[in-house]
Every structure is written in structure tokens, then in C-alpha cells.
Design a binder for this molecule. Structure first.
Ligand code: ARG
Length: 464
């Protein structure tokens, strides 16, 4: 005879095993065990404090839950698929421990507000970890920038050499992207820091419960003010999945660049052995697998967002079993971003930057063409005209196979008498970069200022 379901009262026949398996969530929602017990602890304390159950009953349930928490932490809890989900598994384990008084725990509560509570607790915890890890990644980028203020590399548009920039400027661009990501996750905390507990199945309860108390006990900032909203929305999860997607997009772009930079054609960086792998056939290979994996995992994180948006799009209020599909995608995105942030930070911290090679690659190209045009414009020539002149000269040089810095002074003076011998310094990439000190520019002064700003922001984030 199989065990009776906790909801079995109105049923005559039981589910066949394979149907039961289809409906059960314990395989994946056991990740919520700790939060489920935490929520129950708050609920039972409140039931005792408000006199909904006696203090002795509350104490015995509380002691039982605390034991379960210890058992869970010791890896000793065994879940049973017949109990469907984490909520009923915990209740049934509690009954085994303390007997029928366990049945009083579910007074003035439903699995609908319970599961929503667990999800809020899980995600809030995760969001703090994400922000923390992002602070480390942002600090890593600022450290790299600090070391490489004067490291010159090609700046690209259309993946073509455009203008030389500082490697620090490139790192600081990502610093800013990850800072905004971090702000998005921090804002997400506000929408997750709300307690659904006590909304009950959907309409609240007739028992004199104290939702403020359970909210306080669980460390939430306040309870949801509408019971239907509390049990039926998952926007806090969608916000997370969307923030996670944007973060992965940023990480994937940086990884793509790292992958390019360690190819034979660029040789701008070398990844440490600890973040690279070899080939089973080609003995010389050192592959940037970890960067590729972050780029690849971006796909599943996007998928989790689109999956959940689709689950939610036509759901009538309030709880529908469809909502059980909110879990795997959220866990998967959470676990994926937490480890990806660490991998990326570790990869950046241990990578070698080949300054000379980066600088060299700005020497035999036309990325100083804007310098020449700016030089002419700063001496009074309208920029459009300067652009035309330089364009023609670039064409002449590329036909002849040399670069702007190889053009003899006589030829320059034929083109325009305003060009003097100082043109050659102006054409050097180091000069070109150092001079771009407009706000946010790649000039060394501008970068020093950006680093200062970043450091102030970082110390504020660390104080959070
Ligand atoms: N396992 C369910 C879920 O994850 C818990 C809530 C079940 N509620 C219900 N009325 N069937 O959504």
C-alpha cells in the first residue's frame, strides 16, 4: 500500500507512478530545502505568537524543524518522490520526527505562498552573491587598467583598425558594463526582498496571522500588500533572468575578444595554463576553452529567460501548476552566472598581456590617419577638407606600400605648407592615445581620472 498523499482526502484512486513522476518537482526543488525550513520556522513562530496554535505546539514544531535543518546540513535528509515536492517532503519528514502535531504547521498557509516564499529567499541570497562576485570582477578590471594605462593597442570598429587606444581604456569599458550589471542585480534585490508568506492559497486567511512578523523573521523588507499578486507573479525571477542574460552578453563579448587575442594572428595575450586546455590530437594546442564556454553558456541563460517569459505570458491569476516550471531555469541561470563570473575574473587575473605586440600592431597600419586630419584641422583647415586630403594620401601610400609615418617631409609640405616636422610625433600611436583627454577619452589623463572614479565606486560597493 502506498503512503497516503497529504492532499489525499477527496481522492478515491491514486496516480499511476509515471503520472506522479510527471507532476513531481522534488527532483529539482530540493535545492529549496533550507529556505523551505527557514520559511516554516518563521511561520510557526508567528502561529505561536498570535495564538493560532499553542506555544507548546509551536515549540515542538520549531524543535523538529531545527533538527531537520541540521539533518539537511549534514546531508542526511532523504526525499521521496511520492511526496511530490519539497514542501510536502519536509512536512512528512517533520511528521516522522514529531508526530501528528506537525499537521498544525500548515495552518493559515498554502503551498502557493510557501513556494513563492522559498523562491524569494533563494533568489535574494543568490543576488547578494552575484553582486559580491561582480565586485571582484570589477576590481580585477580596474587593477588591469591601473597596470596598463600606457599600454597601446589597436581600437577597432567593424573589426578594422580604427584608432589606437589604451588597453586600460578597453578594460574600463567592461568595468562600466559590469558596474551597470551590478546595479541591475542590486535593484533586483528590492523586488525580491518582499514576503509572500501568509497570502495563503490566494485570498488571505481568516486566522489572525501577523504577516509583518513573518516578514521580519525571514529578514524581508516588507510583506506583499496583495495576496493574489503575492502568489501569482514571478516578475522578480524574470528580472533576474533578464539581468543574467545582459550580464552573460557582456561576459560573452569580452570572452570573444580574449579568444581572438590569444589566436596566432593577434598574440595580444596568453592565458595561464590553469585556464586553458590542450588537444587530444594536436600536441601544440593551448585552447581558451573556459572563455569559449562562457560564450557558449550565454545561450542557455538567454533560453531560460525566453522559456520563463513564455510560461508566464497567458497565465490567468493566480497559481497555476505551470509556475512549477519557474525553478530549473532560475537555478540553472544562477549557477551558471555565479561560476562564470569567477572563471572570467580568474582568467583575467592570470593572463599575460603582450604590450610590445599590441603596440607593434598599431605601427604598421593607418590608424593614425585621424591624427593627420586633426593636425591639419587644428592648424585652421576645415575638417572636411583635411579628411579629403588625408584620404587621398592614404590611397597613395597603400598603392606604394608604405604608411603615413614613412611619407617624407617634402611630400607633406607639397600637400600643405602648414605641415611641419612635428607631424611625425603626432603620428606616433603613443602620442595619439595620450592626447585624447576629452571626458571619457583614451588619453592617459582621462584614464587616470576614470580609474579614480572607478575606485570610489568600488569602495562604495564594498561597503554595501
Ligand atoms: N511544487 C509546486 C510548485 O513548485 C508547489 C506549489 C503547489 N501548489 C499547488 N496548488 N499545487 O509550484
Amino acid at each position: 500500500m502506498e503512503a497516503k498523499k497529504l492532499w489525499g482526502g477527496r481522492f478515491e484512486a491514486s496516480l499511476e507512478e509515471w503520472v506522479e513522476e510527471f507532476g513531481a518537482s522534488i527532483r529539482f526543488d530540493q535545492k529549496l530545502a533550507k529556505y523551505d525550513i527557514q520559511g516554516s520556522l518563521a511561520h510557526v513562530q508567528m502561529l505561536g505568537a498570535t495564538g493560532v496554535i499553542s506555544l507548546e505546539e509551536a515549540q515542538s514544531i520549531q524543535a523538529g524543524l531545527e533538527e531537520l535543518l541540521n539533518d539537511y546540513e549534514a546531508g542526511k535528509l532523504v526525499f521521496d518522490i511520492q511526496n511530490e515536492d519539497i514542501h510536502m517532503n519536509i512536512e512528512s519528514l517533520l511528521t516522522e520526527k514529531i508526530g501528528s502535531v506537525a499537521g498544525k504547521l500548515h495552518t493559515a498557509r498554502s503551498r502557493n505562498d510557501q513556494v513563492a516564499t522559498d523562491m524569494h529567499l533563494y533568489l535574494k541570497d543568490t543576488l547578494f552573491q552575484v553582486v559580491d562576485k561582480l565586485t571582484n570582477l570589477r576590481q580585477t578590471l580596474v587593477n588591469l587598467a591601473q597596470e596598463h594605462i600606457e599600454t597601446v593597442m589597436p581600437g577597432y570598429t567593424h573589426l578594422q583598425h580604427a584608432q589606437p587606444i589604451s588597453f586600460a581604456q578597453h578594460m574600463l569599458a567592461y568595468y562600466n558594463m559590469f558596474s551597470r550589471d551590478s546595479e541591475r542585480f542590486a535593484f533586483n534585490i528590492q523586488h525580491t526582498d518582499i514576503s509572500p508568506l501568509g497570502a495563503a492559497a490566494l485570498a488571505g486567511t481568516t486566522f489572525p496571522i501577523d504577516r509583518q512578523l513573518t516578514s521580519d523573521l525571514m529578514g524581508f523588507s516588507h510583506p506583499y500588500t496583495n495576496s493574489l499578486d503575492a502568489v501569482s507573479d514571478r516578475d522578480f525571477i524574470l528580472e533576474f533572468l533578464s539581468n543574467a542574460s545582459i550580464l552573460m552578453m557582456h561576459m560573452s563579448r569580452l570572452c570573444e575578444e580574449i579568444i581572438n587575442w590569444c589566436s596566432h594572428e593577434y598574440k595580444f595575450v596568453t592565458l595561464s595554463d590553469t585556464f586553458s586546455t590542450g588537444s587530444s590530437i594536436m600536441p601544440q594546442k593551448k585552447n581558451p576553452d573556459m572563455a569559449e564556454l562562457i560564450r557558449g553558456k550565454t545561450g542557455r541563460v538567454y533560453g531560460n529567460l525566453v522559456g520563463m517569459l513564455t510560461v508566464m505570458k497567458s497565465l490567468p491569476l493566480t497559481y497555476n501548476k505551470d509556475l512549477q516550471e519557474d525553478k530549473e531555469g532560475m537555478f540553472d541561470s544562477a549557477e551558471t552566472i555565479l561560476v562564470s563570473i569567477d572563471i572570467l575574473a580568474g582568467m583575467l587575473q592570470s593572463m599575460t598581456v603582450h604590450k610590445e605586440r599590441m603596440a607593434q600592431s598599431t605601427e604598421k597600419d593607418f590608424s593614425n590617419a585621424t591624427e593627420l586630419a586633426d593636425y591639419l584641422a587644428s592648424k585652421g583647415l576645415p575638417f572636411r577638407q583635411a579628411h579629403e586630403i588625408v584620404g587621398k594620401l592614404v590611397l597613395e601610400c597603400s598603392k606604394a606600400g608604405y604608411y603615413l609615418q614613412d611619407v617624407p617631409l617634402e611630400r607633406y609640405q607639397e600637400i600643405s605648407s602648414i605641415i611641419g616636422p612635428d607631424i611625425y610625433t603626432a603620428l606616433e600611436s603613443q602620442t595619439a592615445v595620450s592626447r585624447r583627454n576629452s571626458l571619457g577619452g583614451t588619453g592617459f589623463e582621462s584614464i587616470r581620472w576614470q580609474i579614480q572614479q572607478a575606485k570610489e565606486q568600488l569602495s562604495a560597493s564594498k561597503g554595501l
